[in-house]
Design a protein around this ligand. Structure first.
Ligand code: NDP
Length: 278
């Protein structure tokens, strides 16, 4: 079976560089999708309280016959749970829903433009981390100014920053900022939800390497050092996305893909997004 490389986080915890994302998989389809992903060999699942499918992720893990310690599980704090006590309660609920004794990684999902004070939520994450109930904590959709504030006002540095990255939104500066602060970059929407797959440059590279466009783009992420978890509900595409460790892009190929940058987001801008579900 393909062996997935690990990335060492800043606290020494190892995270598989390729995982499986479950955003927009309907709750009643999630257990089946995660079961298939685990069968293929994925050992890293990225979910969130907001996705409302943690229970079904947990069901698939429980049914898999694998020891939970063999699967790296990430969840994220929902936007309406950022007060200290609420964040602790929400974390407890994630463990219950996932059927786990501890998480591998727990993130603040969004910094939220109107609330602005995610440090309280971060203190709750520090608490569960210090209790050993999650092996690492991190952030998502944080800009450098958000991270600077966290570093100035709190104790534990984030292990990861999960941000939108793909060939149309390369985010060189933010990735370099993360690296400079020993924060691993996790790239969400790694294939821009399919948007980049028809790009002529990607098609040309796919043809030259005898690979699919998605494989070429995911390989670009891997060689840049990004952690990725493409979502697919289709077993064939799940398998395709898994088979990216037996070919190599050249520096010229990597530059060609990075050169497609248009600073184009598929999702919200973290500096203005402030959706707080009730
Ligand atoms: P992706 O870039 O992973 O793209 C998913 C889309 O691409 C789906 O429509 C899927 O369709 C299609 N697709 C997948 N594989 C292939 C393939 N090989 N060929 C052609 N089409 C393909 O987008 P996501 O937004 O889902 O991002 C991935 C993960 O990142 C999420 O699941 C979530 O875990 C995380 N995320 C985090 C966010 C955050 O704010 N922290 C925000 C958004 C995502 P199909 O299912 O039919 O195959």
């Amino acid at each position: 079976m393909t062996s997935i490389p690990n990335i060492a986080l800043n606290n020494g915890v190892a995270i598989p560089q390729l995982g499986f994302g479950v955003f927009q998989i309907k709750p009643d389809e999630t257990a089946e999708a995660v079961t298939e992903a685990l069968r293929i060999g994925y050992r890293h699942i990225d979910t969130a309280q907001m996705y409302q499918n943690e229970k079904q992720v947990g069901q698939a893990i429980a049914r898999s016959g694998l020891d939970p310690s063999e699967i790296f599980v990430t969840s994220k704090l929902n936007n309406n749970r950022q007060s200290f006590d609420d964040a602790l309660r929400a974390f407890d609920q994630s463990l219950v829903d996932l059927g786990l004794d501890r998480l591998d990684l727990f993130l603040i999902h969004w910094p939220l433009a109107t609330i602005r004070d995610y440090t309280e939520a971060w203190r709750a994450l520090e608490r569960v981390y210090s209790e050993g109930r999650t092996r690492a904590i991190g952030v998502s959709n944080f800009q450098p100014h958000h991270i600077r504030k966290l570093r100035a006002e709190t104790e534990v540095p984030p292990a990861v920053n999960q941000i939108e990255v793909h060939p149309y939104l390369v985010q060189d500066e933010l990735c370099a900022f993360n690296a400079e602060h020993e924060i691993a970059t996790e790239a969400w929407s790694p294939i821009a939800q399919g948007l980049v797959l028809d790009d002529p440059a990607i098609l040309e590279l796919a043809d030259r390497h005898d690979r699919t466009p998605a494989q070429v783009v995911l390989r670009w992420h891997i060689q840049l050092g990004n952690i990725v978890f493409p979502k697919s509900s289709n077993p064939k595409r799940m398998q395709e996305n898994f088979e990216i460790f037996d070919f190599e892009l050249s520096d010229t190929d990597l530059g060609m893909i990075s050169g497609l940058d248009r600073n184009e987001r598929t999702g919200p801008d973290p500096d203005v997004f402030d959706s707080v579900p009730s």
